[in-house]
Design a binder for this molecule. Structure first.
Ligand code: SAM
Length: 218
């Protein structure tokens, strides 16, 4: 018999995440806590702790665990943080953030994925996450301002609505690039009403961010 999911999850954190430089103990603990296998179809659950993205419905993916941890660490979430995720997919990254922040709002473009993410989170009793179906490039204005916005899909530029829904001091972590499947992970910090700084973090390959402030559908 193979190792239990809990054993594999601990090993994943040691060998794929901590060993590559993610060191925030709260992030590592959240990654040890949230069962990634519960965000996958039954047939794929066995693959849950592999070091790669995996397919979910609608031709989308659940991101590689390392990049989930890396992006969340880059957002420096405090326990009282209000967070927006664009690209909820299976709900896994939102679940990890829900262990670190006070409330997570997450938007997913495909209604069927949004419904699945809601079900996955409810089944685990993670009650501080709200999922909405829609175009996340426009943000969630009624719930703004956010201390952090994480975009889990890659767009051609930084969507203006997301910058302006940050609290002063808030951070936006997102893949940006001129090609649909290859981007630079970028951190935008709102330093004043109309002042923002931008940092380049690393090279990434996310599925495209499709919407009014992202790529066109075709
Ligand atoms: N964070 C997810 C998880 O933990 O399963 C994985 C996200 S997957 C890499 C990217 C997701 O972004 C896809 O589910 C895709 O449908 C979604 N997406 C793309 N453009 C979007 C948009 N404008 N608004 C909301 N979701 C979008």
């Amino acid at each position: 018999m193979g190792d239990s999911f809990a054993t594999r999850r601990r090993r994943m954190v040691d060998t794929q995440i901590a060993s590559r430089g993610v060191s925030d103990p709260r992030v590592l603990e959240a990654m040890r806590t949230v069962p990634r296998e519960r965000f996958l179809a039954k047939a794929a659950a066995e693959l849950a702790y592999e070091d790669r993205p995996l397919s979910i419905a609608e031709g989308q993916t659940i991101s590689q665990p390392f990049i989930v941890a890396y992006m969340i660490e880059a957002a420096s979430l405090r326990p009282d943080a209000r967070v927006l995720e664009v690209g909820a997919g299976s709900g896994y990254a939102a679940a990890v953030m829900s262990r670190l922040a006070s409330h997570v709002y997450a938007i997913e473009r495909y209604p069927a994925l949004a419904e699945g993410a809601r079900r996955n989170l409810a089944a685990l009793g993670y009650a501080n996450v709200e999922i909405r179906a829609g175009d996340g490039t426009l943000g969630w204005p009624e719930a703004a301002p956010f201390d952090a916005v994480i975009v889990s899909a890659g767009g051609p530029q930084v969507p203006d609505p997301l910058k302006h829904q940050l609290a002063i001091g808030g951070v936006l972590i997102l893949p940006v690039g001129g090609e649909r499947h290859s981007q630079r992970l970028t951190r935008v910090t709102r330093t004043g009403e109309d002042r923002f700084t931008e940092e380049d973090l690393c090279s990434v390959a996310f599925v495209p961010l499709i919407g009014k402030e992202g790529w066109r559908e075709d």
